[in-house]
Design a protein around this ligand. Structure first.
Ligand code: GDP
Ligand code: IMO
Ligand code: MG
Length: 429
């Protein structure tokens, strides 16, 4: 039986949460493998809206949720999120949620560093979520991170905090920000430990058992390929790899187990935070897309920047991300627009190119080259079959498929769970 991996193919917020929720009816377990509570995944089920940051979206359907080693976990944020979704009626217990004992923790000091550095960058800020994601991943590769398993060893924790704080307090002091006291941090972590440790285990072993038992695993990506620390619009990226390959290393499973890779893309483009965005619209159409699409960051509430669909970018994401099938979301937001534009290339310093170059300056100078398409007057909102789509909307989808070199697997036509068109079951491979 095939597994499925879901990743974002633009700059995040493509509707991964909705897609994972829809697909999880066909899965046994849902696994997060990178990112942290910088992610915000929205699920609309009848009159309930769930906003998940760290919890795998399959929990809403009562599926086993796993937080893999590739995720950076803020324990306080995790406990707060568990309390929040419990208040909405969901069940989260150590039976329904497992977290990797070797996952890295985000500590209060990481958020402080993140925010102090952003403030120091001024106009050159990345526009991070300020949640300590970058500094926590830095600590991981610097080999000074505190991991979930350390919560069970007070002595290890105490010793590791000394090294970690030596580094961070020096930096915070230099940035003119408040420093952290070791004992207070240690007490805070030890107080949390009894609430976190019951969820912790070597999840690689459980995933291996599930895989052998023929269970279906759904890997839920956060962020997106253009925010990938290697392949994205560096340095305006997040601090993890977001491509499908990360599902294997971020969960502790074979690359061959990640299954069919779905790339999620909006029928237009959005981005939160700073950085290049060739098809950005600062006119009334951009405003209209933002209003119709309710384009406000799930985590920070910041308005998302909006623009036309960029086929060059998504094609690149398909190639480097390992995408085998495309999910096009928010088609309904384009309803009624007389004319639609799709970016098919960039003009950079007078030259026509079909990819986003790696260099920051060249990315900023990329001018979109558009193909203009006729819009549709009918509605796609809530459509659940191809037959319900206006002919011109079908043409738009077909053209997108051609340009990005991937077939559409699913279409989404509203935030609601069931307003989805299945073209091909990704679990069939
Ligand atoms: P994620 O981070 O990729 O999970 O996406 P977010 O949840 O941050 O943002 C996507 C937003 O679009 C959410 O508010 C969803 O409810 C909404 N959404 C998802 N699919 C559709 C769709 O097909 N049409 C419309 N209008 N909204 C959608
Ligand atoms: P989901 O999973 C959209 C962006 C931030 C910022 C950059 C770096 O909901 O799609 P970070 O805090 O990660 O160091 O910020 O990445 N960013 C996201 N944008 N959706 C997300 O997650 C994001 N997670 C991070 O806005 O530009
Ligand atoms: Mg989001």
């Amino acid at each position: 039986m095939a597994n499925v991996t879901v990743i974002g193919a633009q700059w995040g917020d493509e509707g991964k949460g909705k897609v994972v929720d829809w697909l999880s009816s066909r899965a046994d377990v849902v696994v997060r493998f990178q990112g942290g509570h910088n992610a915000g995944h929205t699920l609309v089920v009848g009159n309930q809206t769930y906003k998940l940051s760290l919890l795998p979206s399959g929990l809403v359907r009562g599926k086993l949720g796993v937080i893999g080693n590739g995720v950076v976990i803020d324990p306080e944020a995790l406990l707060a999120e568990i309390a929040r979704v419990r208040a909405q009626g969901l069940t989260v217990t150590p039976e329904t949620l497992r977290i990797a004992d070797n996952a890295v923790l985000i500590l209060p000091v990481h958020g402080a560093i993140d925010r102090a550095r952003e403030a120091a960058r001024g106009a050159h800020r990345i526009g991070t979520t300020g949640r300590g994601i970058g500094p926590a991943y830095e600590d991981k590769v610097a080999r000074r991170a505190i991991r979930v398993c350390d919560l069970a060893e007070p002595e290890t924790l105490s010793h590791k905090l000394d090294e970690l704080l030596l580094h961070h307090n020096t930096l915070l002091h230099g940035l003119g920000a408040e420093t952290f006291e070791k004992q207070a941090l240690l007490d805070r972590l030890l107080a949390l430990a009894p609430d976190i440790l019951p969820y912790a285990e070597p999840v690689w072993e459980r995933l291996d058992d599930l895989r052998r038992a023929g269970k279906r695993i759904l890997f839920e990506g956060a962020q997106a390929v253009m925010l990938d620390v290697d392949h994205g619009t560096y340095p305006f990226v997040t601090s993890s790899n977001t491509v499908a390959a990360t599902a294997a290393s971020g969960a502790g499973i074979a690359p061959s187990a990640i299954g069919f890779v779905l790339g999620i893309a909006k029928a237009y483009t959005t981005r939160v935070g700073s950085g290049p965005f060739p098809t950005e619209l600062t006119d009334d159409i951009g405003k209209l897309l933002g209003e119709r699409g309710h384009e406000f960051g799930t985590v920070t509430g910041r308005p998302r920047r909006c623009g036309w669909f960029d086929a060059v970018l998504v094609r690149q994401a398909v190639k480097v991300g390992g995408v085998q099938g495309l999910v096009l979301t928010k088609l309904d937001v384009l309803d009624g627009l007389a004319e639609l534009k799709v970016c098919t290339g960039y003009r950079i310093d007078g030259e026509l190119v079909k990819r986003l170059p790696a260099a920051m300056g060249a990315q900023a100078r990329a001018e979109p080259v558009y193909e203009v398409m006729e819009g549709w007057s009918g509605s796609t909102r809530g459509a659940r079959s191809w037959a319900e789509l206006p002919a011109q909307a079908v043409k738009y989808v077909k053209r997108v498929e051609e340009l990005v070199e991937a077939q559409v697997t699913l279409l989404s036509t509203s935030p609601e769970r069931d307003d989805t068109i299945l073209v091909h079951d990704p679990f069939e491979g």
